[in-house]
Design a protein. Sequence first.
Length: 137
Amino acid sequence: MSPVHASAPTIDNNPTNELSGQLRAYLQSLAARRLSITYWETVKEIMLLPPNTIRQVAEALEQTMIEDADAGRPFLAAVVISKWRGDLPAPGFFYFAAHLGRYSGGARGLEARMFQAAKPKAVLALWGPPSDFHKDA
């Protein structure tokens, strides 16, 4: 994978769209293997260049969430987690899910954990190997 710099121009002049497409492909490959990834690992894996690399990831994840909400899909962004938050996504994930009308709780606590717990199963059902999904059914 070649390094991505979010301020580089793209065909549609929106670098977040280019990054979100690259991020979506990478996250789908993780979901297919039942893996999650931290925000910092995401920065390293897709070789983002400074400045504000975590912010670049967050903005690209928000774009994927918009696309997923529009298509009626589970949030692929749920596979990106924070070790500091006990493997929950960052608060922005929950705030943005609420903004998109998919969540009505807070960014921490039992409600956030329950919401997050359902996401990987839904993501795997869509992008994971069929045999893995049927084992859990």
